[in-house]
Design a protein around this ligand. Structure first.
Ligand SMILES: NC(=O)c1ccc[n+]([C@@H]2O[C@H](COP(=O)([O-])OP(=O)(O)OC[C@H]3O[C@@H](n4cnc5c(N)ncnc54)[C@H](O)[C@@H]3O)[C@@H](O)[C@H]2O)c1
Length: 255
């Protein structure tokens, strides 16, 4: 049976683990050729090995999404290898504990923690979109999916700058969708709930019971469950879907 992404080339950021790695495996299963990037290039290389072992085709790239030069190099290297970029999943991100803000309320965040969170989780998405769009415009179109979050839809205690960044990602997504619909570029977001990855280990250890009590499914999501939505959004099956934010959250936002 033909894959949903047959013939397409896709770039995935933050693909060294968690949701990005799961997306790489689902995209490969659906026929895409992949450029897999992560700030930790070794972990991206591990994902490449997994994709190759499953019969897919992937290339590992390093680079920090907050660095304009790195992002331009990612696009350049992807094009040098595959000649085109059809899909992009802008997924790299960090959690509060990674900027020493775990458990801190709004007034307790340091300036540096706030700046770094916005830098990675918001500006990083914009930088990737910027260079992807410039190529896709010249190439006749494409599909971009950004990783939002339920934190892009509601406030979450002790996640101040994370919530601000994710609300920003949804704003960028909707705006770019309007701006580039005429260029046949679709831009959507996926909004995961609590998903079992390295990112959530700290918060689940701290207040997992309280969190699961707020999830109708009474369990965390698996990274693959997010990846399935992203692959569909990138595929031509979603050809009339743009500017949308799809929740994959076990019912959290319905509460
Ligand atoms: N896990 C969840 O419950 C959850 C929920 C909602 C949204 N998200 C979002 O999903 C995305 C993926 O998170 P995950 O849960 O898979 O976590 P993860 O920590 O497993 O993966 C994030 C990846 O991003 C990479 N990364 C971090 N900063 C980077 C940078 N500056 N440049 C390039 N790469 C960088 C990391 O090295 C890591 O491999 C993030 O945007 C996160 O905010 C996660």
């Amino acid at each position: 049976m033909a894959g949903m992404l047959d013939g397409k080339t896709a770039l995935i950021t933050g693909s060294g683990g968690g949701i990005g790695r799961a997306a790489a495996l689902v995209f490969a299963r659906e026929g895409a050729r992949l450029a897999l990037t992560d700030a930790n290039r070794d972990t991206a290389q591990d994902t490449v090995a997994m994709v190759n072992a499953a019969g897919g085709q992937a290339l590992a790239l390093g680079g920090d999404v907050t660095d304009s030069g790195d992002v331009q190099a990612l696009i350049h290297d992807t094009l040098a290898t595959y000649g085109r970029l059809d899909c992009a999943f802008n997924n790299a991100g960090i959690a509060g504990y990674q900027v020493d803000a775990a458990g801190k309320r709004t007034a307790e965040w340091s300036d540096a923690a706030f700046d770094r969170m916005i830098g990675v989780n918001l500006k990083g998405v914009w930088l990737c979109m910027k260079h992807e769009i410039l190529h896709m415009q010249a190439n006749g179109g494409g599909a971009i999916v950004n990783t939002g979050s339920i934190a892009g839809l509601v406030g979450l205690p002790t996640s101040s700058a994370y919530v601000a960044a994710k609300h920003g990602v949804l704003g960028l997504t909707k705006t770019a969708a309007i701006e580039y619909a005429g260029d046949k570029i679709r831009v959507n977001a996926v909004c995961p709930g609590y998903v079992r990855t390295k990112m959530t280990e700290e918060v689940m250890a701290r207040r997992g019971e309280t969190i699961l009590a707020m999830v109708p499914a009474r369990r965390m999501g698996e990274p693959e469950e997010i990846a399935e939505m992203v692959a569909w959004l990138c595929s031509d099956r979603a050809s009339y879907v743009t500017g949308a934010c799809y929740n994959v959250d076990g019912g959290y936002m319905a509460m």
